[in-house]
Design a binder for this molecule. Sequence first.
Ligand code: GLU
Length: 497
Amino acid sequence: MSSNKVRVRFAPSPTGWLHIGGLRTALYNYLFARHHGGDFVLRIEDTDQKRYVEGAEQDIVESMKWAGMDYDEGPGKEGQFGPYRQSERSELYAKYASQLIEADHAYYAFDTTEDIEQMRERLQKSGNPSPKYDAITRMSMKNSLTLPADEVQQRLERGDEYVVRLKVPRRETIRFEDLVRGHVKFESQGLDDQVLLKSDGLPTYHLANVVDDHEMQISHVIRGEEWLSSAPKHILLYQYFGWEPPKMAPLPLIMSPAGGKLSKRKAEEQGIMVNVRDYQQGGYEPEALVNFLAYLGWSPGDDREIMSLEQLCKEFEMDRVSKSGAVFNTNKLTWYNEQYMRERSVESLLPEVKQEFEKAGITNIDDDYLSKVIPLMIERVSLLPEFAEHGKYYFVAPDEYDEKSVKKGWKEETPDLMKNYLGRIQELDEAGFQAATLKENLEAVVNEAGVGFGKLMQPLRVSVTGMGFGPDLFITMELLGKSETESRINAALERLG
Ligand code: GLU
């Protein structure tokens, strides 16, 4: 590293839509960079052509933008360390691979898939349960360590397929410090002679990652714990190149509420969405998702839970990242979403809520009217689409009544109570049709009949809204207005008898 500046990178492979685990990794890098006044780099690791997905890079960029994370360098934002797509840097990797070969830390291997298969079978038969291409087996394979130099030269010249492999030492303890768990060590015996350059001339993740982290002067590598097992190979590479490795920080795994790592399949079973774009399309507040993800493996060490991105940048420190897995708690995310949504002004919510109603087929919405509905409903919804799911009756009369509530609340005496109430409110004029008066009248009716409040309240709610619960009913009736309310009560009397 030639400078002490904090430089971190988010290095996704464009193999699919950005998932929440990826967004959390991006976030931790972003927070760390901002906290230390450093640089946050986006690097696209697209050297695996088989797994490349069209549009994935764009999705990564857009999802990060939606979440409010801007990067300092990356595709479309060229800094002095570009290009930032690995596919545009292949010459560099080839150059460094040759350098390793010259220094006897890597070698050419010409083995076919069958050759390798045969080696595995042979070893398995002789009692080796996990045969590898390693310090022992490499000596019986077709590579530049076993073939005569002129044959190697010939093969290269005539364009035989080959890969470049790392010459992993037979017995060596590889040690490094990591910022989350401290001292870590691995035995080289467990490693295979990692392919560094593939037969298509492109590097594998390991070579490209190390070369780029060095070339881009990355100071800290913050990535998911699933990459921890790659670290010893990377450390060897740094050693062989004579470079100082960046500091490593593995982030705790994201766990399923049912236990185990939250895989795609497990997420599905739990009804957890994995792609960031699904949260965006599902009407989540980006600040809520960000706040939630920040706390998935980190905490400020006190009981504060609501923190804006800006505050998180101030507070985030690596030493408060936990070592153990973090369980994805959907209820917590919902709670965060409620908090952030309720913080928003009615004006800012209005266009989005309107859109939700439009999606549900309700058009010609009056903005003034909707701006009265929003504060009424806001305490009862957790997500934007729920406005339309639960609030259609503010715009259209119910076409059906919640069955359970009818069964529970619509009794023999109900029609008489309702008619009595209807008679009273019919006498009010438009100006007198107000929540407080509507409530007083209801109280008068139930008192007169000597029954409880709920005996009329419940069926009245069902008649007006079709539902068994909801925001303040009297304010709702006032909003709907006199004639609409009366017609709904009449319709219910007719249909429910
Ligand atoms: N390209 C790797 C990924 O998709 C990057 C891992 C790393 O950050 O080194 O996650």
